[in-house]
Write a protein that binds this ligand. Structure first.
Ligand code: SAH
Ligand code: SF4
Ligand code: F3S
Length: 493
């Protein structure tokens, strides 16, 4: 068969594909599977893949779906990109250094790609939603095979089919500006069998002035309670004991639903606390976490639901970003320092044993020494168990990119100051459980300490204690003997 015939044949196959989802993707998974079987006969080995995730929980969750699709097609997963025939980078672009990291990786792959004709490289995720980045990759790294975005990652099998059967060497690129359709029920391969993330919504409507997420993930869309509860039930039946409900701002769940929903028809006011209490009713599910909570939308109802449900983790990730009301206003966060501190008081009054964690940014345009002092005040007041600190990174297209930027020496100095405070406060705060007995979900055998396992308390803090492999995926009561800053050493009781 010559190349022209193959091309015609492919057109026939593509034309015979179902037009509805997920049937269309099922079809392309089967077609790719046939191609992979042929490849195995030819080469004598199963082709391997590795998905490298650069981003947040959402990205990690998308990667689980990509992995599920590739396993279904017949690829074998390997732990590092060095051993992989097919490498996918699922990118993040929330800060500029993520872009540089990706280009570094791509540069180092050129030689390998030249010497292995079967090797494939795919790039997807948030960074691909930016036209300039896609153009740069096409011109500087023409050897990349597949480029796709956040709205169509579920189409991996279809795009791979185009690539495997194409007759020229061009990069297959498909990036959508807005979501086209939402596809439920695709295969996924979870990293852990006993815990899983579940997306409850996509996108973000908040447009914090520094942030690129609304531009690369689109407007907020909530999944229906039916779809979410069905997924959680399935996961629990498959052995999951912990679920993390995911969204950029879970507290605004329900503003705009993806599909028709009987529940919403009957209860138009259905909100995140309602969802949380419905999820908590699922038998067999032992622990529920959620993130992220935007401080402006955290309701009393949510705190009441948490207080009434022992299954819901006593942990709220409540990104403050900055302490100064002036900077918060410029960031469009829609709360002041006073609002935030009052919220901390309210949370601690309703949930006395709660762990608060946060994200803090240093170096937003116009930030002064005085503003930094406000951030330090908040850190001291909120007594965070953990705080993720970031240096503000300019993202083109965002309103803050047009503001006058601070010199990096000033930012670096302020960052150190904030970091020092965070270290002091979180070491002190997270050690307050010393001597107590807490329920720990065991995650893995400890790589560094022989005979130890590692797990997490409901506030996400790590605990290492003597144990064995059989305990993985189970809850063990552990006496916390010694606080070590970001983790505990303990023993099972
Ligand atoms: N939706 C979440 C945050 C998602 S992004 C929320 O609103 O809290 C995760 C964190 O990255 C943010 O909390 C913020 O601290 C940080 N971040 C976002 N944009 C950034 C930027 N341009 N520069 C530096 N850090 C940024
Ligand atoms: Fe970004 Fe703000 Fe949305 Fe969080 S809430 S994703 S920081 S725009
Ligand atoms: Fe990054 Fe996209 Fe998440 S930009 S933080 S991976 S939503």
């Amino acid at each position: 068969m010559d190349i022209k015939d193959t091309h015609i044949l492919n057109q026939d196959i593509i034309q015979s594909a179902p037009t509805t989802e997920p049937a269309r993707q099922e079809f392309f998974m089967d077609r790719c599977h046939e191609l992979i079987e042929e490849m195995i006969i030819e080469s004598g080995h199963k082709p391997t893949f590795h998905v490298e995730t650069f981003g947040c929980q959402m990205n990690a969750h998308d990667s689980e779906k990509l992995i599920g699709i590739l396993l279904r097609i017949g690829y074998e997963e390997v732990a590092t990109e060095k051993e992989a025939d097919f490498i996918i980078y699922n990118t993040c672009t929330v800060r500029e250094n993520a872009n540089q990291k990706l280009y570094g990786h791509l540069g180092s792959l050129k030689k390998r790609k030249e010497s292995n004709k079967n090797m494939l490289i795919g790039i997807c995720g948030c960074m691909m939603q930016q036209t300039a980045v896609v153009e740069y990759i096409k011109s500087s790294f023409g050897f990349v095979d597949l480029i796709f975005g956040t709205y169509n990652f579920y189409k991996l099998a279809e795009l791979l089919f185009y690539k495997l059967t194409e007759t020229d060497k061009k990069t297959v690129v498909e990036v959508l500006d807005v979501p086209e359709t939402h596809v439920e029920n695709l295969p996924e391969k979870r990293k852990y069998s006993f815990k899983s993330g579940v997306n409850i919504m996509y996108g973000c409507n908040n447009f914090c002035t520094y942030c690129i997420v609304p531009y690369v993930r689109g407007r907020e869309r909530s999944r229906t309670p039916e779809d979410i509860l069905c997924e959680v039930n399935r996961l629990v039946n498959e052995g999951c004991v912990e679920i993390m409900l995911l969204g950029q701002n879970v507290n605004s769940y329900g503003i705009n639903f993806l599909d028709e929903s009987e529940t919403i028809k009957a209860h138009p006011d259905y909100d995140f606390p309602d969802l949380l209490s419905d999820v908590a009713k699922i038998e067999g599910l032992k622990r529920i976490r959620f993130m992220t909570s935007h401080p402006k939308d955290l309701s009393d109802k949510l705190l009441d639901v948490i207080a009434a449900n022992p299954k819901i983790a006593r942990h709220i990730h409540l990104p403050v970003q900055a302490g100064s009301s002036r900077i918060l206003k410029a960031m469009n966060r829609r709360y002041s320092k006073e609002d935030y501190l009052a919220l901390v008081d309210k949370i601690r009054a309703k949930l006395p044993d709660v762990s608060l964690t946060t994200d803090i940014m240093v170096g937003f345009p116009g930030e002064t020494e005085e503003d930094i002092q406000d951030t330090i005040d908040v850190i001291r007041y909120a007594k965070y168990d953990q705080a993720f600190t970031f240096i503000y990174s300019i993202r083109s297209g965002t309103p803050a990119a047009k503001m006058e930027q601070l010199p990096s020496e000033v930012v670096d100095k302020n960052f150190e100051k904030v970091l020092e405070e965070v270290r002091k406060v979180s070491a002190q705060s997270s050690s307050r459980f010393e001597g107590q007995t807490k329920s720990v979900l065991v995650e893995s055998v400890n790589d560094h300490m022989n005979g130890y396992v590692t797990g997490r308390m409901d506030n996400n803090i790590l605990v290492h204690f003597p144990g064995n492999e059989e305990q993985i995926g189970t809850f063990v009561d552990v006496k916390l003997d010694e606080a070590k800053g970001f983790y505990y050493l303990g023993h099972a009781v």
